[in-house]
Design a protein around this ligand. Structure first.
Ligand code: GUN
Ligand code: ZN
Length: 433
């Protein structure tokens, strides 16, 4: 048994669905008890302190704000070395920068080095769980799983399936993609806290046979996820229309191949039509909202209100390397601005919900992580309320938790994350680097 003392905040539900005051907990003088890597209790210090067994180690985070670790619902670990590449929209960006970079992951040593850096960068940014794309190479996923297992992180990942319309250096076949995905599931799915996602890159890069086999893998493994891209860019959508003239639209292509399920996570979904949102809701599929990427690639503005209207599960994603930051705080910043341009106000409770519990629910792991309910895994971060002179100064004028959260989401970044705990163990401290 151990405990953290300090102010804490977490979400219990979606504030767009239930009354906001019922949707969150803020405890200014709190205590979080951890046993065997799980939350035992989280409540007021004065109430919980007397229940602590003698000799329980209490770490004092007074003056900071403890929240659940961030959940990144869409990120590419092999795109580290080409993040911030100039000037192109999606399809040219893939050809010019992305595929040449991903070809380097044929070398397992390169994959291993990148996996280590990548996971450390997640921890530095307070991201404790993520749904991650590998490259087409099996060894990219092996490297990531191995490094995540060593850190005991709840990471879901997959090797990308891509057997057409891409350079040979990053192409598999329907047969090899199927076989290697199954091998990876056998080796890693359910090991420690790891999970597998069948990962067709996007419909234009996958043959019919490859998509059919992807859906068969899902059927054979009832708790494996499906992770892909959808309706991100107008030229991409026109290309899908050309490739599939008989489909009703882009989503329908995935649906026809059995890939629209309650275990499916679709990144972007910027240009979905109302009936497609409805179809997503009926299937209980999830969307990853990736505002820094959508702005960077000039893809468009996601309509969060429409997703809310139809009750589609949504989480936030950084989509590094099209996204420009690993920080979910920075992602909330851009999300707010995108919503503003779409004519509505993204309140900070909703924003923190999307980056924690909402993301966990989008990945179907909301019963294990995402908040401090008793029994959940103790993935937590400690936010530094004086990370820069400006943040410290601005927060002095702040009177409520929603204002504090909003300011952190506008001005915060990796510097805001003081400590990152994985299953109760502190794996990162800013002071130590
Ligand atoms: N669509 C297909 N591949 C990718 C990718 O790597 N990044 C983004 N943003 N969209 C994609
Ligand atoms: Zn992506």
């Amino acid at each position: 048994m151990k405990a953290l003392k300090g102010a804490f905040f977490h979400m219990l539900d979606d504030p767009a669905v239930i009354d906001t005051n019922e949707a969150y907990v803020y405890e200014p003088n709190g205590l979080i008890l951890i046993e065997d890597g799980h939350i035992k209790a989280a409540g007021a210090y004065a109430e919980l302190k007397p229940t602590l067994p003698a000799k329980t180690k209490v770490t004092n985070h007074t003056g900071s704000l403890i929240i659940p670790g961030f959940v990144d619902t869409h990120i590419h670990f092999p795109q580290l070395d080409m993040i911030a590449s100039f000037g192109e929209q999606l399809l040219d960006w893939l050809d010019r920068y992305t595929f040449p970079e991903e070809a380097k992951f044929a070398d397992p040593a390169h994959a291993e080095e990148c996996a280590e850096f990548f996971l450390n960068e997640l921890l530095r940014n307070g991201t404790t769980s993520a749904l991650v794309y590998g490259t087409v190479h099996k060894q990219s996923a092996d490297a990531l799983f191995k490094a995540a297992y060593a850190r005991n992180m709840r990471i879901i990942a997959g090797k990308a399936l891509m057997d057409r319309n891409v350079p040979e250096s990053v192409r598999d076949t329907a047969e090899s993609g199927d076989r290697e995905s199954r091998e990876l599931i056998k080796d890693w799915h359910g090991k420690g806290r790891l999970g597998y996602a069948v990962t067709p890159r996007f419909a234009p890069a996958c043959s019919d046979e490859q998509l059919r086999r992807a859906s068969q893998i899902l059927e054979d493994h009832p708790d494996v996820l499906m992770h892909t891209h959808l309706s991100e860019n107008m030229s991409e959508i026109a290309w899908v229309d050309e490739l599939y003239p008989d489909a009703k639209g882009y989503l329908d292509v995935y649906a026809k191949f059995g890939l629209l399920t309650n275990r499916s996570v679709f990144a972007h979904c910027i240009h979905l039509k109302s009936d497609e949102f409805q179809q997503m809701a009926e299937a209980d599929a999830a969307i990853s909202y990736c505002p820094t990427s959508n702005l960077f690639l000039g893809s468009g503005l996601f309509n969060l209100k429409e997703a809310e209207k139809y009750g589609v599960k949504v989480g936030m994603g950084t989509d590094v390397g099209a996204g420009t930051s690993f920080s979910l705080l920075q992602t909330m910043n851009e999300a707010y601005k995108v919503c503003h341009l779409k004519g509505h106000k993204l309140d900070p409770f909703k924003s923190f919900y999307l980056a924690t519990l909402g993301g966990a629910r989008a990945l179907n792991i909301g019963d294990r992580i995402g908040n401090f309910e008793a029994g959940k895994e103790a993935d937590m971060i400690v936010l530094d309320l004086a990370s820069t002179p400006l943040v410290e100064r601005r927060l002095k004028h702040c009177k409520s938790i929603d204002e504090t959260l909003f300011i952190l989401s506008m001005l915060g970044d990796d510097r805001t994350v003081g400590h990152t705990y994985i299953a109760g163990e502190c794996l990162y401290s800013k002071a130590k680097g």
